[in-house]
Ligand binder design. Structure first.
Ligand code: SER
Length: 540
């Protein structure tokens, strides 16, 4: 096998399956469309569920993709190990009721042994416990030696994620050699150590799961395969982990240049921070490129948490200025050929990251100071071996006043073996929500925005029955529930005008959408609501 770059590998995979009659589809955005069961796309098959379930007709019964994916259950471990990451790309070939096990296994083997030329004596295959059909195909049709096939249970070889299409699977492993072994006598395929890496999962999708343990056989079984692009790149490049493959290493190098440090120079703390930043800037650049903006809820919260975690690690490396917005430009550059829309949206992505960094930069040092003094106190006061707990009130203050996501605080105090009284934190959050709710109730059915808007002079004159557009004067701009003088690119805001043709949501009718144009600036209005005081709030 020959050293191959990430961008070339992606191309080679897609072209191979195109030659087998597959249509190449572009990666879907990370924000799922019409799928409330997922916060972010987490596998190649996720955006294709509609085809698997027969809800829509695919452009071809054979499709191949390289899909951007985010998985966040292990955020705290990212950086601490070199194995974990939140962002990766998944190469996949899919059959919607067309070919099944035989072709899927044959082609997988052909791609890795003939196209990529992986040495057969380093390859292993696993199958689901009682999947004799797969065993027969691997041994008789493909010609894999029976002793190279391992049967594993449901935990390893039955693929399902949430509800939807699922089934038994067969995985392909690469043996990285003795020196990566944990040395235990039981070490073999399926061992948790670094010797055998699983890099391709072939799922024989034959059931639909309702997410509660009920499996209905699908009329036409499907194929869903997923190969981690960065994993196969590690193998092809002979490097140890994702942080060392070409495109990712270039991103890390940019961080090293800014911080004036070196990776793997003997200081584990530096390495952890470098990995955190490198991983998180990849995922956040991609998320913003796909329309996610930082907020305190849902995917916006995931984004904020990743950006702020990365910003904190920047501080640990001694970087005291916003810098992530610079590193994201290397992410864009490294991904420019596969995702040209990143290049088109570059200014916007840079701006969103920079604004979030600047916002957090204002409070992070004070927050850290508070946190450090509290941790010192807990550490001096706590008797040896005593359970160390930080009050939920402090965690709430850090969240509310200093913008520390709870998970970030939890992670920092855990480094000092301290836990947060989360019950208490929750109580403070609930109380805050209750205060906000009461304030809203006092304003009729108005949202939070009314608090500030109601202080503006006059009312908005509605001209929408006669006109679709009009000239107007801005009477107020609200960002984050505060009156401000200006709004910059990428920011969410509410604009109040003295007159407007925008219809405000009421009586079951949606608010109008449109634009406000002033000189060279444009503000996209996504919704319009009316305050109890008669101000039309153009939200966008
Ligand atoms: N859905 C399977 C996975 O994510 C194969 O694509 O591993």
């Amino acid at each position: 096998m020959e050293w191959t770059g990430v961008n070339e590998l992606r191309e080679r995979f897609l072209k191979f399956f195109e030659s087998k009659g597959h249509t190449i589809l572009p990666s879907a955005p990370l924000v799922p469309k019409d799928d409330a069961s997922l916060l972010l796309i987490n596998s190649g098959m996720a955006p294709l569920k509609k085809y698997f379930m027969g809800l829509e007709t695919p452009p071809n019964k054979r499709v191949t993709t390289c899909q951007k994916c985010i998985r966040t259950p292990d955020i705290e471990r990212v950086g601490k190990t070199a194995r974990h990451g939140t962002y990766f790309e998944m190469l996949g070939n899919f059959s919607f009721g067309d070919y099944f096990k035989k072709d899927a296994t044959r082609w997988a083997w052909e791609f890795i042994t003939q196209d990529l030329k992986l040495p057969v004596d380093r390859l292993w295959v696993t199958i689901y416990l009682d999947d004799d059909e797969a065993y027969k195909i691997w041994t008789e049709e493909v010609g894999v030696a029976p002793e190279r096939i391992v049967r594993l249970g449901k935990e390893d070889n039955f693929w399902e994620i949430g509800s939807g299409p699922c089934g038994p699977c067969s995985e392909i492993y690469f043996d990285r050699g003795e020196k990566y072994s944990c040395g235990k006598p039981t070490c073999g395929v399926g061992c948790d150590c670094d010797r055998y890496v699983e890099f391709w999962n072939l799922v024989f999708t034959q059931f639909d799961s309702d997410g509660n343990g009920n499996y209905t056989p699908l009329e036409h079984p499907n194929i869903d395969t997923g190969m981690g692009l960065e994993r196969i790149a590690c193998i092809m490049q002979g490097v140890e982990n994702l942080f060392e493959v070409d495109t990712v290493a270039n991103i890390m190098q940019h961080v090293c240049d800014i911080a004036g440090v070196k990776y793997k120079a003997g200081d584990e703390k530096i390495d952890v921070s470098l990995r955190v930043i490198t991983d998180h800037i990849r995922s956040t650049t991609m998320m913003i490129g796909d329309g996610v903006v930082p907020s305190n809820e849902g995917r916006g919260y995931v984004l904020r948490r990743l950006l702020r975690r990365a910003a904190r690690h920047g501080r640990l490396l001694g970087i005291h200025e916003p810098f992530l917005y610079q590193v994201c430009q290397t992410v864009i550059k490294e991904n420019a050929t596969a995702y040209p829309q990143l290049v088109e949206n570059k200014d916007y992505i840079v701006k969103v990251i920079q604004m979030e960094e600047e916002r957090f930069a204002k409070t992070i040092d004070q927050g850290m100071e508070l946190l450090n003094s509290i941790m010192d106190r807990i550490e001096t006061e706590a008797a040896k071996d005593q359970h160390r707990v930080m009050s939920g009130e402090i965690a709430f203050k850090l969240y509310d006043t200093f913008g520390f996501p709870l998970d970030l605080t939890r992670e920092i105090v855990a480094e000092h073996a301290i836990e947060i009284n989360e019950e208490e934190f929750k109580r403070f959050m609930d109380e805050q929500r209750e205060r906000a709710r009461a304030a809203r109730a006092a304003l009729g059915d108005m949202g939070w925005e009314g608090d500030v808007v109601s202080t503006l002079p006059g009312k908005t004159e509605f001209v929408g029955y006669e006109q679709m557009e009009c000239d107007a004067t801005i009477t107020g701009i609200v960002v984050d529930n505060q009156l401000v003088d200006a709004v910059s690119e990428g920011e969410k805001a509410i604009i109040v005008l003295d007159r407007t043709p925008f219809y405000a949501e009421s009586g079951g009718q949606c608010g109008d959408m449109g634009v406000i144009i002033s000189g060279k600036c444009m503000f996209k209005v996504l919704d319009c609501k009316k305050s109890a005081t008669g101000h039309f709030m153009l939200i966008g």
